[in-house]
Design a protein around this ligand. Structure first.
Ligand code: ADP
Length: 670
C-alpha cells in the first residue's frame, strides 16, 4: 500500500515543491532588496538573536553581517540604554505589534552612533515562531547638529547668568562632556608682555600646569594660526622631533584647540584633549570648539562692558557732584544720592518732574531760555544758578548740562552735573568784604598816621615854640606864666593822645583788664560835669547833670576807671563838636541796668557815618580841615570799654541839631 502511487499525496507534494521554489525565489528577491537598502535591516527572534542582517550594518557600524548573525542585537545597544530598550521594544510590540525608538549603537571602533529604529512583529504562520524585523537609520549627524544647538543655547544662557569666569567655565566643561569623550579641557589666556599662557580654568585627569611659554607650545601654534586646529599624537611627536614644539605634560592621542579672540586679536585659547584614542574627536568637532571659543569671547566682552558700566555706575552714585539725567523733554529720569542730599528731594518724589522744580525765581527767564537753546541745539551749557531746595533754602550751583545722542544723532537725554558752590560763593563774598575792609583799614591807618602826626606835632611845635619864647630875655613875668600854661596844656594834649594809643592797643591785643568796684553813678556824673564846666563855659556853653532824682543813690558793679573814661570821652566830644547850647550828662535806672547819656546841641552827625564813627581812626570828613583836634580814637575806646563791661552804645543825631550818645551798662558785671 505504501508503494502504491498516491495521487492525492503526490499532488500535495508537488504543490509544496512549487511553493518552496516560489518561496525560495521570493526570498532571494527579498534578500536582494534588503541587501541593497540604505537602512540597516535585521531579522531577530523574540529573544533578540539576529537571524539575518543586511550589509548596511557593515557600512554604518563596521561589523560584517556574518559576524553579527547568531549574536544578540541587544549587545549592540549602549550599555546605559540596553535594558530600557529591551523593555520599550517588547511593550510596543505587545501593544501595537510595531514600534519606534532612538538609541545609541556601538561601532567596531568602540564609539557610538545614534540610530532611529522601526520594528515590527512578523507572524510566521507555518513555523509558529514569530520574528522581529528591525529597520534602523543612522541619525548621528542630525543628533549632532541638535546637540550643537543645545550646547550653543546653554552656553549663551550661561554667558548671561554666570557671575564669574569660573562659573561660566563649569558650564563649558559640562556641555563638552555631554557631547564628546574629553579627558582634558583648559582655557588659557596669553600674557603678551611675558609671552606666556596662563591657565584660566582647567579640568584635567592628568596634568595641571599653571603657566607655560607660548613659544614652542601647541597652544602657541593655535595663536599663530588664528583658527581651530586638530593635532594627533603622531603629528605632535613629529613636530617635536623637528624641534617645532616642546612636549608639555602628557601627550594626548588627539588634541584640539581654538583661539579665543577679542576683535581681531587672539587673547587666548580653549583646548580639549583625549589621552585614550585618536578617534575621540573628528575634524567636525572643530566646529564645536570654535563655537565655544566664540562664547568665551562674548562672555569676556560682556563682563568687561558690565564692569565698565558698573564702575561708571559707582562713580555716578558716589560722585561728590550732584548728577541729574532727564529725557529729551526735560523730565527727570535719574538723580544720584548727592542730588538728594543737596536738594532734599528723594529720587522717588522727583522722578518724572521737571528740573524747574528747583527754580528759585532769582534768575531772569532769558537765562533759562538761553540754556535750553544751547543744549537743545546739541551744545554744552555751563553756568551758575541760584536754586531752591525742598525746604525753601536758596543755594548756589555751578552747573554743566550736556546733551546725550543716540546712534542716529538724536538727543535722547540731558545730563546735568552740578556742584554746590554756596560755601564757595560765601567765601568769595567774605573775601571781598575782607579785602574791602583791609583797604578801608589801610586808608584809615593812613588817615590815623596823619591825624597822629598832627596830634603830636601840633602840641610839640607849640611846646618848642613857647620854650624858645621863654628864653627871650625881654619876656615879661606875665607872659612867661601864659607861655608855661600853654606848654602845660600842649603836654597834656600829647599825653592824652599817647594814652589813647596805648589804650586802644591794649583793647586790640585783648590785654585790657577789668577791675570791679561799686560805683555811685550820680557822683561820677557830677564829677565829670564839674571837671568840664570851665572848658564848656570858656566856649560859652552850659553843662549840666540830669539824675533820676536829686539824691539818687543808684550804684553799679563795674570798672570805675573805664566808666569814667567813657563819660569823659563823650563829654569831651560834645564840647569839641558844639559851639553853643547845653551839654546834658545823666542816666536812667532800670531793674538790671542803667542807661547813661551825654547829649549836646552841637553840629550833629550825618546818618551815613553814624555807624562808622565807632570804628577806630574814623573822623567825620568835616574835620579834615583839622579845625578840630582829635586822632579819631575816642569813640573806639568807648566802644571797646563797653564791650569789656558787657554794655552797648547807640547814637541819635541830626546834623545841625545835636547828638545824644546813650550807653547801657549792666548793674552787676558778671
Ligand atoms: P576824634 O574826636 O578824636 O576825632 P572820636 O573817635 O572821639 O575821635 O570821634 C570820631 C568822630 O565822631 C569825630 O571825628 C566826629 O566826627 C564824630 N563825633 C564824635 N562825637 C561827636 C559829637 N558829640 N558831635 C558831633 N560829632 C561827633
Amino acid at each position: 500500500m505504501d508503494n502504491e502511487p498516491n495521487l492525492i499525496s503526490d499532488e500535495i507534494s508537488l504543490r509544496k515543491e512549487v511553493e518552496r521554489i516560489n518561496a525560495e525565489k521570493s526570498e532571494k528577491r527579498l534578500r536582494l532588496i534588503l541587501d541593497n537598502s540604505f537602512n540597516m535591516i535585521a531579522l531577530c527572534d523574540l529573544g533578540g538573536n539576529i537571524i539575518y542582517c543586511n550589509d548596511s550594518y557593515r557600512e554604518v557600524l563596521g561589523f560584517s553581517p556574518e559576524t553579527l548573525i547568531k549574536s544578540n542585537i541587544f549587545t549592540l545597544f549602549h550599555p546605559d540604554e540596553r535594558e530600557k530598550a529591551k523593555e520599550d521594544i517588547f511593550i510596543q510590540l505587545l501593544n501595537e505589534g510595531k514600534g519606534q525608538m532612538e538609541s545609541r549603537f556601538i561601532t567596531k571602533e568602540g564609539y557610538y552612533k545614534f540610530l532611529d529604529h522601526r520594528f515590527r512583529l512578523v507572524d510566521e504562520n507555518d513555523t509558529g515562531r514569530d520574528t522581529i524585523v528591525i529597520s534602523s537609520q543612522d541619525i548621528s549627524e542630525k543628533k549632532r547638529s541638535e546637540m550643537i544647538l543645545t550646547v550653543q543655547r546653554n552656553l549663551a544662557y550661561s554667558v548671561i547668568t554666570s557671575r564669574s569666569f569660573l562659573e561660566f567655565y563649569k558650564t563649558i566643561i559640562r556641555e563638552l562632556n555631554s557631547i564628546m569623550e574629553v579627558n582634558n579641557i583648559y582655557v588659557a589666556f596669553y600674557n603678551e608682555k611675558r609671552g606666556v599662557f596662563r591657565l584660566a580654568g582647567i579640568s584635567d585627569e592628568r596634568d595641571e600646569i599653571d603657566e607655560w611659554p607660548a613659544e614652542g607650545s601647541l597652544t602657541g601654534l593655535v595663536m599663530e594660526y588664528g583658527k581651530p586646529v586638530i593635532f594627533y599624537k603622531d603629528d605632535v611627536l613629529r613636530m617635536h622631533d623637528e624641534g617645532k614644539v616642546e612636549l608639555i605634560g602628557t601627550t594626548a592621542e588627539v588634541w584640539l584647540g581654538a583661539p579665543v579672540k577679542s576683535g581681531d586679536k587672539t587673547i587666548g585659547a580653549i583646548v580639549i584633549q583625549n589621552y585614550d584614542s585618536p578617534d575621540a574627536f573628528t575634524k567636525s568637532d572643530l566646529e564645536i570648539i570654535e563655537i565655544i571659543a566664540n562664547e568665551i569671547t562674548i562672555f569676556l566682552e560682556m563682563k568687561s562692558a558690565e564692569e565698565a558700566s558698573q564702575k561708571l555706575n559707582i562713580a555716578v552714585i558716589q560722585s561728590p557732584a550732584s548728577v541729574l539725567i532727564t529725557d529729551a523733554d526735560g523730565n527727570i529720569e535719574f538723580v544720584n544720592p548727592k542730588f538728594s542730599r543737596v536738594t532734599g528731594y528723594e529720587i522717588g518724589e522727583i522722578l518724572g518732574k521737571n528740573p524747574n522744580i528747583l527754580n528759585s525765581g532769582m534768575q531772569p527767564k532769558e537765562l533759562y531760555k538761553e540754556m535750553w537753546d544751547t543744549i537743545s541745539s546739541g551744545r554744552e551749557w555751563r553756568g551758575e544758578l541760584q536754586n531752591r531746595k525742598k525746604n525753601g533754602e536758596f543755594y548756589w550751583e555751578d552747573i554743566s548740562i550736556s546733551p546725550i545722542f543716540n546712534e542716529s544723532g538724536v538727543i535722547v537725554n540731558y545730563v546735568g552735573v552740578k556742584e554746590d558752590i554756596t560755601d564757595r560763593k560765601k567765601l568769595i563774598g567774605d573775601l571781598i568784604t575782607a579785602k574791602e575792609k583791609a583797604e578801608e583799614s589801610d586808608r584809615l591807618k593812613t588817615a590815623f598816621l596823619q591825624n597822629i602826626s598832627h596830634e603830636i606835632r601840633t602840641p610839640m611845635n607849640s611846646i618848642l615854640g613857647f620854650i624858645e619864647l621863654l628864653q627871650e630875655p625881654d619876656t615879661s613875668g606875665e607872659e612867661r606864666q601864659e607861655y608855661i600854661g600853654i606848654i602845660e596844656k600842649s603836654g597834656h594834649r600829647m599825653l592824652g593822645t599817647i594814652n589813647d594809643i596805648i589804650n586802644i592797643s591794649k583793647i586790640e591785643a585783648g590785654i585790657m583788664s577789668v577791675q570791679i568796684n561799686t560805683i555811685e553813678l550820680a557822683s561820677v556824673v557830677n564829677e565829670v560835669t564839674g571837671m568840664f564846666r570851665p572848658e564848656a563855659e570858656k566856649k560859652g556853653m552850659h553843662i549840666q547833670s540830669e539824675l533820676p532824682e536829686l539824691n539818687d543813690k543808684t550804684t553799679i558793679e563795674s570798672d570805675y576807671e573805664k566808666v569814667f573814661a567813657i563819660f569823659t570821652n563823650l563829654v569831651k566830644n560834645a564840647i569839641k563838636y558844639s559851639n553853643h547850647g547845653t551839654i546834658t550828662v545823666g542816666y536812667v535806672s532800670h531793674p538790671n541796668s542803667v542807661e547813661c547819656f551825654v547829649k549836646d546841641t552841637g553840629i550833629g552827625i550825618s546818618k551815613e557815618i553814624q555807624s562808622a564813627i565807632f570804628e577806630r581812626f574814623t573822623r567825620a570828613e568835616v574835620h579834615s580841615r583839622r579845625s578840630v583836634e582829635g586822632a579819631g580814637l575816642g569813640l573806639s575806646i568807648v566802644k571797646g570799654y563797653l564791650q569789656l563791661l558787657g554794655g552797648s552804645i547807640y547814637l541819635q543825631s541830626e546834623p545841625g541839631e545835636g547828638s545824644k550818645f546813650t550807653f547801657e551798662l549792666p548793674k552787676v558785671l558778671k
